[in-house]
Design a binder for this molecule. Structure first.
Ligand SMILES: Cc1cc2nc3c(=O)[nH]c(=O)nc-3n(C[C@H](O)[C@H](O)[C@H](O)COP(=O)(O)OP(=O)(O)OC[C@H]3O[C@@H](n4cnc5c(N)ncnc54)[C@H](O)[C@@H]3O)c2cc1C
Length: 409
C-alpha cells in the first residue's frame, strides 16, 4: 500500500470514526487530541436512515442503542409557560439519539486497541515533503506521517495550518448557543420544553438521570455586545426579567461547572483536501445545530477510509473521490442548519407566533410522516457505498487486495 501511516487531529466523533475505518483497512493510525481527556456530555446527536446504516456497518448500532437518550416529545410553551403543542420525538431525536460524549466514548473504546491516542497535545506545523508530512507538536517530538486528517472541529487547527485562517471560510449566523447541566427541578422525564421571548429561546430537557436536566439557551446575537470575559454575567443580564422558570435556570447556571458557549457559525470550503491533508466532519463543513453534523461526520469518515483503501492508499486518487462523494451531503447539512437559529429563537413576537402556527400544523399526524420522510431524504444524501477491499479482519494490510471497481450501492 502506498500511504500507510495516518495522523488524525481530534478525538471526538470524526477523528475516532476515521481511525476506526482506517484500522479496519490496515492503516496505522495516531490520534492527537488537544484536551487532556475525551469530552463528556455535550448535546444530544441523532441518526437516521443511511447514517444508522453506517453505525450498523461499524457493528456499533446496538451499543449506541443501549446508550440512547430515548427522548420523547418536545413541548412548545407560550409566554406564560403554558403548553401550546408538542413536536414528536422523531422531529429532533431521529431514529436513534445519543449524547455526543457517550458516542465519543463508544468510538474510542472501539479503536483504542489499534490506534495510538495522544491526549493533551496539538499539531503546531505541517510541512509536506514528497514522501509525507513532517509534523511538529506543542509538546511531543516532531514526527513524519504519510497522511494527516483534520477532524478537530469547527475551529480546526489543521484547517488553519493547511488551508488558511478561519475568517476565510466562516459565516456567522447571528445567533449563539449556551448549554449547561442543571437540577431537574421541573421533574421532566424524557421530555423537552421550549420557551421563547423575542430573540431568546430556552430549552430544558431531561433524559439521562432523573436528577439532571440539560439547559440550552439560544439567542440572537450581535457578537460586539457579547462580553466573552464573563459569559455567565452576560447571559444573566440577557435573560434578566424573564418569567416562567427562567430565573431558577439562570440561578442553576451560576452553579454549573460545564457551561458551554458558542456563537453559531458555519464553515464553507471549496475543497476538503489539500495535498496529503484531508478534513473530515466539522473541520471541513461545520454546519452547527440542525445540520446532521454527527451523522455526516461518521459517514464521511467511512467514505474517506473506503476511498483510500480502494485506491491502495494513493491519496491522489482517493481524495478527489472523497470530495465528490461527501460534498452534496455536507452542503445539504449547511443549508438545513441555516434555519436553526430562527427556529429556536424567532426575533419578534410575530415570528414566534408564526413559527408556532406552522409547526402546530406540521405536528399533525399526516405532516409528521411527511416531515420524517423529508428528514430521511436529507440524511440519505450520503448513502454508504460498498468498498470492495479486504479488511483487517480478513487479511493483513500487506495482503490487501488491489483496488477494484466500486460495487453498486
Ligand atoms: C450547540 C450545538 C448543537 C448541536 N446539535 C447537534 C445535533 O443535534 N445533531 C447533530 O448531529 N449535530 C449537532 N451538532 C453538531 C455536532 O456537535 C458536530 O457536527 C459533531 O460533533 C462533529 O464532530 P467532529 O468530530 O467533527 O467535531 P467536534 O465534535 O467538535 O470535535 C473536535 C475535537 O477536536 C478537538 N480539537 C480541537 N482543536 C484541536 C487541535 N488544534 N488539536 C487537537 N485536537 C483539537 C476538540 O477538543 C474535539 O475533541 C451541534 C453542534 C452545536 C455547537
Amino acid at each position: 500500500m502506498r500511504n500507510k501511516t495516518v495522523l488524525i487531529s481530534g478525538a471526538s466523533i470524526a477523528g475516532p470514526a476515521t481511525a476506526f475505518w482506517l484500522n479496519r483497512y490496515g492503516f496505522t493510525t495516531t490520534v492527537v487530541e488537544r484536551a487532556p481527556e475525551l469530552g463528556k456530555g455535550g448535546q444530544a446527536v441523532d441518526f437516521r436512515g443511511a447514517q444508522v446504516e453506517v453505525l450498523r456497518r461499524m457493528g456499533l448500532l446496538e451499543e449506541v442503542r443501549r446508550n440512547q437518550t430515548a427522548m420523547g416529545e418536545q413541548r412548545i410553551l407560550d409566554a406564560d409557560g403554558r403548553h401550546v403543542f408538542s413536536l414528536p420525538s422523531s422531529f429532533a431525536a431521529g431514529e436513534v439519539e445519543i449524547q455526543r460524549g457517550d458516542l465519543s466514548r463508544i468510538l474510542y473504546e472501539a479503536t483504542k486497541d489499534r490506534t495510538e491516542y495522544v491526549f493533551g497535545d496539538r499539531i503546531t506545523s505541517l510541512t509536506e515533503t514528497g514522501e509525507g508530512v513532517r509534523v511538529t507538536f506543542a509538546h511531543g517530538a516532531p514526527r513524519t506521517f504519510d497522511l494527516v486528517v483534520g477532524a478537530d472541529g469547527l475551529h480546526s487547527g489543521v484547517r488553519t495550518l493547511a488551508f488558511g485562517p478561519e475568517e476565510k471560510f466562516r459565516k456567522d449566523m447571528g445567533y449563539s448557543f449556551a448549554g449547561f447541566t442543571a437540577p431537574n427541578h421541573l421533574k421532566l422525564d424524557h421530555v423537552g420544553l421550549m420557551y421563547n421571548l423575542p430573540g431568546r429561546g430556552v430549552m430544558v430537557a431531561s433524559h439521562r438521570n432523573g436528577a439532571e436536566a440539560t439547559v440550552g439557551l439560544v439567542f440572537a446575537t450581535d457578537m460586539r455586545e457579547v462580553d466573552r470575559r464573563d459569559i455567565k454575567k452576560f447571559l444573566a443580564e440577557l435573560y434578566r426579567g424573564i418569567g416562567w422558570e427562567v430565573p431558577k435556570l439562570i440561578e442553576a447556571m451560576w452553579r454549573a461547572d460545564d457551561l458551554f458557549f458558542s456563537p453559531l457559525c458555519q464553515m464553507h470550503l471549496e475543497h476538503y483536501t489539500r495535498g496529503r491533508i484531508a478534513l473530515v466532519g466539522d473541520a471541513g463543513w461545520g454546519a452547527g445545530p440542525g445540520g446532521s453534523g454527527t451523522g455526516m461526520a461518521m459517514a464521511a469518515a467511512y467514505v474517506l477510509a473506503g476511498e483510500l483503501a480502494e485506491a491502495g492508499g494513493d491519496h491522489r486518487v482517493a481524495f478527489p473521490r472523497y470530495e465528490r462523494e461527501v460534498r452534496p451531503g455536507a452542503e445539504a447539512g449547511l443549508k438545513q442548519a441555516k434555519n436553526t437559529g430562527p427556529f429556536l429563537a424567532p426575533k419578534t413576537a410575530k415570528g414566534i407566533w408564526l413559527r408556532n402556527q406552522m409547526h402546530r400544523l406540521l405536528a399533525s399526524k399526516m405532516m409528521v410522516a411527511q416531515l420524517d420522510k423529508m428528514a430521511l431524504k436529507a440524511a440519505n444524501v450520503l448513502a454508504p457505498s460498498d468498498y470492495v477491499v479486504a479488511t483487517n479482519e480478513t487479511a493483513s494490510s500487506r495482503d490487501m487486495e488491489a483496488p477494484r471497481p466500486k460495487a453498486a450501492s
